[in-house]
Design a protein around this ligand. Structure first.
Ligand SMILES: Cc1cc2nc3c(=O)[nH]c(=O)nc-3n(C[C@H](O)[C@H](O)[C@H](O)COP(=O)(O)OP(=O)(O)OC[C@H]3O[C@@H](n4cnc5c(N)ncnc54)[C@H](O)[C@@H]3O)c2cc1C
Length: 389
């Protein structure tokens, strides 16, 4: 692992000040380290910006640079429906999904309570899911113990929805969740980060090792990889696959609950309601397809007939970065023409849950950074003591 920069304590201090300096040495060392510390964040979707937010809060004197091909409103995160619900996460361990999604749920709640709902597009909203399969008792809602008001639907209510939608529902559940208009949240983060001095650089990374060698082969740089689907090519990671999602945004400010069924989904946000949608694994086509548009229209108007009259704002396509499991771990890569090992923290493969997990995952990125710094400071102290022998 790379060492963080050495601190120069050789200034001419009085004896008293020297004593004081000794007492507060580890604190000073930490602050000075952070003053020289640089985070190079790759990717400006919800994961890249959430990491930048948490790192800039924790290490206010560090330098943060975000490098990305696209920024909001042109990322996959901008296309997301903004619903809090774990979805399409492969074999990611349940306890991790639970931890990351709970942290994000609580964060949305805190932001909502603190009066940021309007600025960040966060809504606290009822959720209803209907299924034609019997899901009660299985692991479908393994996170249900920490959301507000979770309950499974009674037979009487299922009968009511069967009659209303003409579907053979076997089970259903409801709870209270959050939605967040992704573009509003991303733009709130961008404004906040700019005010904290974060640098935004537009660049397409063609070759990751070369990029790291040219930009991060100094001993004070930590790279955070939040490239989403871009990680497939840049890291030759075949476990990452695109899952195409086409959605329709409509103007329906009278819609105040999330409705999910096999026929489609209706997800209200502050500025629009998202109607969806497709889930096409391995499909990378970014053009809107008319047959998908028709399927979305029919499925959603079958759930709420009034949506037929809702003015269309846009039809959108995004490619979900699905993976066999979310990758959140540290790796040390050897920079070209250098003896330095560069720490790179990977945080990608969030499938259909980037909005749901981002804040929690950024918390684990923070913990990995802290480990790295603790280790390097211990290492420095060790070296100093050794040199005094
Ligand atoms: C239709 C649809 C609906 C969805 N609905 C929801 C939902 O309701 N709730 C939810 O939680 N999730 C939802 N998702 C999933 C969510 O959008 C993703 O999980 C999330 O966007 C992943 O975020 P990310 O930051 O990892 O990746 P991205 O948002 O894709 O960001 C990746 C960043 O890396 C940059 N990049 C990539 N390659 C390169 C390169 N070579 N050089 C430089 N920069 C590069 C990109 O420009 C971008 O800035 C939905 C997705 C779709 C498509």
């Amino acid at each position: 692992m790379n060492e963080m920069p050495e601190i120069d304590h050789s200034l001419a201090l009085t004896t008293v000040r020297r004593k004081r300096a000794r007492v507060s040495r580890s604190w000073k060392q930490t602050m000075n380290c952070f003053g020289d510390l640089k985070f190079l964040i790759l990717g400006a979707g919800i994961n890249g910006l959430s990491c930048a937010m948490r790192l800039s809060e924790q290490y206010p004197r560090s330098c943060i640079e975000i490098v990305s091909e696209h920024f909001s409103p042109n990322t996959t995160s901008d296309v997301a429906a903004g619903l809090w619900e774990p979805y399409l996460l492969g074999d990611t361990a349940q306890q991790l999904v639970k931890k990351w999604s709970r942290d994000t749920y609580q964060y949305f709640h805190e932001m909502w309570k603190a009066g940021y709902a309007d600025e960040c597009g966060i809504s606290l909203i009822p959720y209803l899911a209907l299924s034609s399969e019997n899901q009660s008792g299985d692991d479908e809602f393994f996170w249900k113990d920490f959301v507000f008001g979770f309950s499974e639907l009674s037979e009487t209510r299922l009968m009511q929805f069967r009659a209303e939608h003409g579907m053979r529902y076997c089970s259903g559940a409801e709870f209270v969740t959050f939605t967040c208009e992704p573009t509003k949240l991303l733009q709130f983060y961008t404004r906040t980060l700019r005010s904290r001095g974060t640098v935004f650089r537009q660049e397409t990374i063609g070759e990751l090792l070369r990029f790291i060698s040219e930009n991060a082969s100094f001993s004070n740089v930590i790279v955070i990889n939040c490239l989403g689907l871009g990680s497939r090519e840049l890291l030759n990671d075949d476990a990452v696959r695109s899952c195409r999602g086409q959605v329709r945004r409509v103007h329906a400010p009278w819609m105040f609950h999330v409705l999910i069924s096999a026929a489609g989904y209706v997800i209200p946000n502050t500025e629009s309601v998202t109607l969806g949608g497709t889930k096409q694994t391995g499909d990378c086509e970014l053009e809107v397809r008319s047959e998908d548009t028709l399927g979305i229209h029919d499925g959603c108007t079958g759930l709420t007939r009034a949506l037929d009259r809702a003015p269309v704002i846009a039809d959108l396509v995004g490619l979900r970065p699905t993976r066999t499991a979310v990758r959140l771990e540290i790796e040390h890569v050897q920079a070209e023409h250098s003896t330095n090992l560069v720490p790179i923290i990977h945080n990608y493969g969030h499938g259909g849950s980037g909005i749901t997990l981002a804040w929690g995952c950024a918390g684990d990125v923070l913990a990995l950074v802290q480990d790295l710094l603790d280790h390097s400071q211990l290492h420095q102290r060790y070296r100093r003591r050794k040199s005094k022998l």
